[in-house]
Design a protein around this ligand. Structure first.
Ligand code: ADP
Length: 594
């Protein structure tokens, strides 16, 4: 694993390296300056000493001619040398050494000619010369200063100082400096460590808070961030995270609200993004287009199998607003859905929205309405045509009395038929408009059924039919609107009589179940074919259109029965008896019985 230095370590090393660099530069500059100054000072001192020595020599008493001046002058050199604590050499104008404080007299005599020494050459030329070199006499590095002197024998006085002395002075100064710098560095390291530790600790605390935020814990940490820039940054982080948290909460709430609305909508809604990927598909849309689970993120072409609908989305994505499309969902022919698509563009996103509206009920209602108008017109036209024909025949005035009587009877029958039709239509209109209210009373079923049989008596007698009434145990009474229950049973009984053969028996049976009371009306007629069992309760629906004219029904009786049963909270159904004939059953709720 690669070592990753912490912020604290980096800060520490930054501080230490800054201190090291500063101290190193300062140290080198200081050492160079010190060396230069020391050299300049030593040179200056040596020059002054050389002049002092020259002064002293100039004031010395003159020596008689012809005498070797060296013993006297060497002693003088020794004296001045000890005064100045430097090597003093007297040199004659021809370069002969006349005295030297560092050498005994014998050695002075043996010393080579100094006329060629660089400091002597310079002194001869400019009155003063300086040179640094190894001494041939003493064998060590020396700094020499030679000056000219006013003396009968001596031409130059030379003062020399061994460089080792100067270097020792410098070295001691430098070691003190290095010591001071080392101490300063140590102090720098310690303070960088302490400072980096403190800042590192605060940065770690802020990093810990940021990590917590990253994991979704947005509770305020209650840390003291301090007042400096780091504190300002940490507080700004805190504030923006909390602000962001609040916004996220708002967005989440809005999204939840929108999801609830979309889920509860009967309209299907699909939203696709610019790239054609599904962004939102509500439950209704999924059900209408038979889209399998989790289609979000997939391309709409994969999920929307209906080519016309896919084309709508394509057009909307291209920025057009295409017209609506009506379609029948796959494997569901009874439904009609209308689809509309529109492009959506906001500051953040582009795409398209598809809205699906189930118009099956509207279509059905529209079809029923049209059928109804056609049926009513048809039902009215038949009797009207007949009436008109007979009225015309009568108005001609040449019909016999017998024909006139027959024609008037026919006119009367058709007029009654129209009357019944209009009555039934008005009743259905009232039931549709919920204008009929229930007037509940306890009905004794035997009495009620007997009343109905008496009502239908003429038809029963004409066809020589018998009615057999059977009241089941616990099914003697029912809470219902007696007039409406009477209408229900009269319709069923009249149909049973009309559609059963002559001299047959019609049964009326009451039964009690746990929560309902059922009344069966059984006949021995042709029964109702399986396919027509729900449709016979529709308005004007007739099983056998050719058979319809004979019984003189309006085709509205069972529709009214269904309405009245439903008004009671019950229902009506039909089945065929195994032995032949239809069995119409009315079920009325009674509430749970003990
Ligand atoms: P209608 O006035 O024609 O009798 P209904 O609404 O009472 O109208 O009945 C609708 C249709 O149901 C009838 O035309 C007939 O074809 C059928 N139907 C009703 N009752 C019976 C029955 N008991 N046996 C056979 N068919 C019946």
């Amino acid at each position: 694993m690669r070592f990753r230095a912490s912020f604290q370590t980096k800060l520490f090393f930054a501080g230490v390296s800054a201190a090291v660099m500063t101290l190193a530069v300062a140290g080198v500059l200081f050492a160079l300056t010190l060396q230069r100054q020391t050299n300049a000072r030593v040179e200056q001192t040596l020059k002054q000493e050389a002049h002092v020595a020259a002064e002293l020599v100039a004031r010395a008493p003159a020596l008689p001619d012809g005498v070797d001046p060296r013993p006297v002058l060497d002693a003088e050199a020794d004296r001045i040398g000890s005064l100045l604590t430097a090597r003093v050499t007297f040199i004659a104008a021809d370069g002969t050494v006349l005295g030297d404080s560092a050498e005994p007299l014998d050695a002075v005599r043996a010393m080579e000619n100094h006329a060629g020494r660089p400091e002597v050459l310079d002194a001869r030329a400019h009155g003063q010369g300086i040179s640094t070199r190894a001494s041939a006499t003493l064998g060590e590095d020396m700094l020499y200063v030679a000056v000219g002197v006013q003396h009968p024998r001596i031409a130059f006085v030379r003062v020399a100082l061994p460089l080792t002395t100067i270097r020792q002075q410098l070295a001691s100064l430098l070691s003190t400096t290095v010591m001071a710098l080392a101490l300063a560095l140590l102090g720098g390291v310690v303070s960088a460590g302490v400072l980096a530790g403190r800042i590192g600790q605060r940065v770690r605390a802020i990093a810990w808070v940021a990590e917590r935020y990253r994991h979704g814990d947005l509770t305020p940490p209650r840390l003291d961030y301090g007042d400096d820039e780091l504190g300002v940054v940490a507080r700004a982080l805190d504030d923006s995270v909390h602000e962001l948290g609040n916004r996220l909460e708002d967005i989440e709430r809005d999204r939840g609200r929108m999801a609830t609305i979309l889920a509860g909508m009967v309209e299907g809604v699909i939203v696709v993004d610019q790239g054609g990927r599904l962004q939102l598909v509500n439950g209704a849309a999924q059900e209408m287009l038979r889209i399998e689970d989790a289609p979000i993120g997939r391309h709409y072409i994969e999920s929307i199998r209906h080519p016309a609908i896919a084309d709508l989305v394509t057009a909307a994505l291209a920025g057009r607003t295409p017209g609506s499309v009506e379609f029948t969902p796959p494997r569901d022919n009874a439904r009609t859905i209308i689809a509309r698509a529109a492009p959506v563009s906001s500051a953040w996103s582009h795409g398209a929205v598809l809205v699906l509206h189930d118009i099956s009920e509207l279509k059905k209602a529209d079809r029923i309405r049209r059928d109804f108008v056609a049926n009513v017109s048809h039902e009215l036209r038949t009797p009207l045509t007949a009436i008109r024909g007979y009225v015309e025949a009568l108005s001609e005035g040449d019909a016999s009395e017998e024909d006139t009587h027959r024609f008037l009877e026919i006119i009367m029958r058709h007029t009654r038929r129209m009357e019944r039709l209009v009555q039934d239509l008005l009743r259905l209109a009232r039931l549709d408009a919920r204008q009929e209210t229930l007037d509940i009373a306890t009905c004794d079923l035997r009495t009620l059924i007997e009343g109905v049989v008496a009502d239908v008596e003429p038809s029963l007698d004409a066809r020589e039919q018998d009615v057999h009434v059977s009241i089941g145990a616990g099914a003697e009474k029912v809470a219902a609107d007696p007039a409406k229950l009477h209408d229900i049973l009269r319709n069923l009984l009249a149909n049973a009589s009309a559609y059963s053969p002559e001299r047959s028996t019609i049964g009326v049976v009451t039964r009690a179940t746990r929560t309902e009371l059922a009344i069966d009306v059984l006949d021995q007629g042709p029964g109702i074919p399986e396919a027509d069992r729900t449709r016979v309760f529709e308005r004007f629906y007739r099983v056998d259109k050719s058979r319809a004219r004979d019984p003189g029904g309006t085709g509205l009786g069972l529709a009214i029965v269904k309405h009245l049963a439903e008004l009671h909270g019950g229902r009506v159904s039909v089945s065929n008896r195994p032995e032949g004939g239809a069995c119409f059953t009315v079920e009325l709720p009674t509430g749970p019985r003990g």
